[in-house]
Design a protein around this ligand. Structure first.
Ligand code: G16
Length: 536
């Protein structure tokens, strides 16, 4: 295989530990950095192939996002979305090929997908702040160049910034300019347009990660229309340690290192700034969380109202996962009367489902999400802005909708962009965080983790709401759920960590905690739990 001579030679500098197998998970590969060099090199190869195949620029982001210890990699397709699941299989094959079989696997992929070596390849590369990310990025670039590809290294960027760059490049800058300055200018202009002289104040937990650095860079572009008090900015604390969106959501508590006064609006980014969670302390000092479900509710409600004011008949739908709180789903369906659908965990699934609607608002409860506008919806909105005969109210609403489109990063969930959208919508509505919070009351809920010998023994169906295997586990869950009021529970293997996730909700916190514990115990006993038995 003469055409792969360079691959064969360079791959010896990125050797695969013999026998190591990894699986492309919910959002790429994640494991300890010392096992990732060969994976990164090979993802460079794959990105080059994907670029040749699609005749477009592809993105490779080096990050393990919310994970505190590991590192990882996410692949980005031409419109800035996660790589198509059809290619995840190729990623796994390449990552797991033993050294001597690597070129054969490459050749097979090229033959199966009719990829011509003579096509050019362009790959955008970015990385988060983990110390290992720099050398892992070099391995990606090595992989790209082995197949004659050209890489553009953006250095330190948030994951959604890299998604944005890819989308800009492949739309020939119609979506925006593929530079950090282009990103900051586009979002800031839209934000200032929406808030017009109304300064917003906010406390931000940067998870000690890349989001903090990039928010600092952006402040000047925002002309201080948004006053940010930034905590966990990476200057001292550890990435995602006792802080960040995942910690706040799962533990339902404020991050360490943040000083919150009563009623002050606060939010947390995750480690690569593609998720955001809001919260505050009420006057009684109780911690109140506004998660991805509440964000989806605020955004879809605001968009619906603006569409009505603009006189536009455009459908808004919301896409959720099984983690969506039962109260949120009921509020959206019964009070707001929007179409709600449920997909498996992973933004790739939600993004895909949201594309079926005029306007698809998708958010995972963990705060990962965005809004997709169909071409037709965007066209109608922009035409109304231009229409000189439109009455004032209609035109004003259409302008606000158009600026909202510009502010939202439609490539993927983006903590910075989502934060600006939320701040702008609250300002336009004159709504406080307390007012937003009281739209509906979350059912008390609890998430737990169970260690098992092999999490793949758990197989689920119905958007992960029902266990198929191992036998007896779903029956056990059904029996337990019946013991509690307004209860619901499900379990699923995580695709980013070596654990099984358990979710439970009920009418009281004690009930949710008890149910989550009992379900964890069932998982432990029926799905091969390891280590200590779960404790109440
Ligand atoms: C990734 C995915 C999310 C998913 C999360 C947890 O987030 O992008 O869609 O919700 O993992 O997945 P799992 O429950 O399978 O571990 P991130 O922010 O870590 O990239």
């Amino acid at each position: 295989m003469a055409e792969f001579g360079e691959v064969s030679q360079k791959s010896t500098q990125h050797p695969k530990p013999k026998g190591l197998t990894l699986q492309y998970g919910t959002a790429g590969f994640r494991t300890t950095a010392k096992h990732l060099d060969h994976v990164m090199f090979r993802m460079g190869l794959l990105a080059a192939l994907r670029s040749k195949k699609t005749k477009s620029t592809i993105g490779v982001m080096v990050t393990a996002s919310h994970n505190p210890e590991d590192n990882g990699v996410k692949l980005i397709d031409p419109m800035g979305e996660m790589v198509t699941p059809a290619w995840e299989g190729y990623a796994t094959q390449l990552a797991n090929a033993e050294q001597e079989a690597l070129c054969t696997v490459l050749k097979n992929i090229m033959e199966t997908d009719a990829i011509s070596m003579s096509e050019t390849a362009n790959v955008f590369v970015g990385r988060d702040t983990r110390p290992s990310s720099e050398s892992l990025t070099k391995a990606v670039i090595d992989g790209v160049s082995c197949l004659g590809g050209h890489s553009q290294d953006y250095g330190l960027v948030t994951t959604p910034q890299l998604h944005y760059m890819v989308r800009c490049r492949n739309t020939h800058d119609c979506y925006g300019t593929a530079t950090l300055q282009g990103y900051y200018e586009k979002l800031s202009k839209a934000f200032i347009e929406l808030t017009k002289n109304g300064c917003c104040m906010l406390l931000v937990d940067g998870a000690n990660g890349i989001g903090a650095l990039k928010l600092r860079e952006m402040e000047a572009f925002l002309k201080y229309e948004l006053q940010v008090a930034l905590f966990n900015d990476g200057s001292s604390g550890k990435l995602n340690h006792l802080c960040g969106a995942d910690y706040v959501k799962v533990h339902q508590r404020a991050p360490e290192g943040m000083h919150m006064g009563p009623g002050e609006r606060c939010c947390s980014f995750d480690g690569d700034a593609d998720r955001i969670i809001y919260y505050y302390n009420d006057t009684a000092g109780r911690f109140r969380l506004l998660d991805g479900d509440k964000i989806a509710t605020l955004i879809s409600m605001s968009l619906k109202e603006l569409l009505t004011q603009a006189g536009l008949n455009i459908q808004v739908a919301v896409v959720q996962t099984a983690y969506a709180n039962g109260s949120a789903t009921r509020y959206l369906k019964d009070v707001m009367k929007v179409t709600v659908c449920c997909t498996k965990t992973g933004v790739k699934h939600l993004h895909h489902a949201a594309q079926d609607f005029d306007i698809g608002v998708y958010f995972e409860a963990n705060g990962h999400g965005t809004v997709l506008f169909s071409k037709e919806a965007e066209k109608q909105i922009r035409q109304l802005v231009k229409h000189s005969n439109a009455n004032d109210e209609k035109k004003r609403a259409a302008k606000l909708l158009a600026s909202t489109i510009d502010l939202i990063n439609q490539a993927t969930g983006d903590a910075i962009s989502d934060m600006l959208v939320i701040e702008a919508l609250l300002a336009i509505r004159g709504m406080s965080i307390q007012g937003w919070d009281t739209l509906y009351t979350d059912l008390p809920n609890r998430q737990l983790r169970v260690k098992v010998a092999d999490r793949q023994v758990i197989d689920t169906t119905d958007a992960e709401r029902h266990v198929v295997m191992p036998a007896g586990l779903q029956d056990a869950i059904d029996t337990l759920v019946k013991k509690y009021k307004q209860a619901r529970a499900f379990v699923r293997p995580s695709g980013t960590e070596d654990i099984v996730r358990v979710y439970a909700e009920a009418d009281t916190q004690e009930g949710a905690d008890g149910l989550a514990y009992e379900v964890s115990l069932a998982v432990y006993h029926l799905a091969g739990g390891t280590g200590e038995e779960p404790k109440p």
